[in-house]
Design a protein. Structure first.
Length: 90
């Protein structure tokens, strides 16, 4: 396996919480059990913690005046919480 492919694979596996050896063992067991290649899993969306914190701080510091003129950009706290719940904070 070339270095670029190995790096790309390890990034995806890390996002799934596993290493290369665990993936090979898991895929091998499923190949034997199902008699087919087991490739239905997707990698979760990448999350940029620093960008999220900056955006949250920006949203929290909007002045009352700005909020009055930019209501279309405001979101209820519950909606923001639900959107944040979709991200993986590893």
């Amino acid at each position: 396996m070339d270095d670029d492919l190995k790096k790309a694979v390890n990034i995806k596996l890390d996002a799934l919480g596993m290493n290369f050896n665990t993936f090979v063992v898991m895929a091998s067991k499923q190949l034997v059990a199902q008699n087919r290649l087991p490739f239905d899993t997707t990698v979760p969306q990448a999350f940029d913690r620093e960008a999220a914190i900056e955006e949250l701080n920006r949203m929290l510091t909007i002045s009352d005046r700005e909020l009055k003129y930019n209501r279309d950009q405001a979101k209820p706290v519950q909606q923001v919480a639900e959107e944040l719940a979709d991200y993986h904070f590893d």
